[in-house]
Ligand binder design. Structure first.
Ligand code: 5GP
Length: 189
């Protein structure tokens, strides 16, 4: 997606060799017009898959999921990262290792909102080692729902997540894939 590549080159900053900061349009301030284009692009790629719900993880995935869901006319479910009083007692849960926070955490989805009748599209902002996606895939499996595919805004192709998930036969649609970030220089595939 050219528009996205351009924004990454113009506004992305590299925190270290592995972490790309895109706070000005995706992870802190949100560019709704760009997100709308991202939603339309995911719709184009998955519109023939009879998706019934979009699943993501709080918090950065939510805006992406909402824009996609708006165009696909389906609900969004976001996995929660903490238990609170208003979370249903009956939940699917899984473990995720946070690449940016360097620690494990649990994610939860109420059993009320996922069932074996659902056909799920997972979306997220980044794919790095694949831990967040794997946690969501695990929850889809536990619910008995079908997983149609995974839509990723920025895949870091130099980390292993994409390769591992594709080798399991999963359909991953990444809007941009970064092959390397060396000396602050971003190279797209
Ligand atoms: P993974 O679980 O695939 O290792 O990492 C994906 C998750 O970590 C994403 O949900 C995203 O929030 C965060 N993440 C991984 N790499 C980056 C990065 O380079 N930049 C930003 N902003 N977030 C990242």
């Amino acid at each position: 997606m050219e528009l996205l590549k351009q924004r990454i080159l113009e506004e992305g900053t590299v925190k270290n060799q592995n972490v790309l900061k895109v706070d000005s349009f995706l992870n802190h301030q949100l560019d709704i017009e760009l997100l709308n284009n991202i939603g339309l692009e995911f719709k184009k790629r998955f519109q023939n898959d009879n998706i019934t719900k979009i699943l993501t993880i709080e918090s950065s995935g939510i805006a992406i999921a909402c824009m996609t869901a708006f165009h696909m006319k389906v609900p969004v479910i976001f996995a929660k990262k903490s238990v609170s009083l208003n979370l249903d007692e009956s939940c699917y849960e899984s473990d995720v290792y946070s690449f940016t926070k360097q620690k494990f955490y649990k994610i939860y989805v109420s059993k009320k909102y996922l069932s074996s009748e659902d056909n799920i599209l997972i979306v997220d902002d980044f794919l790095a080692m694949g831990s967040a996606a794997s946690g969501l895939i695990d929850i889809v499996k536990k619910s008995g729902a079908t997983l149609s595919g995974i839509g990723i805004v920025i895949e870091k192709g130099f980390q292993d997540g994409g390769r591992v998930l594709r080798s399991k036969g999963l359909r991953i649609e990444s809007l941009v894939i970064i092959d390397s970030i060396e000396n602050g220089n971003i190279v797209f595939r």
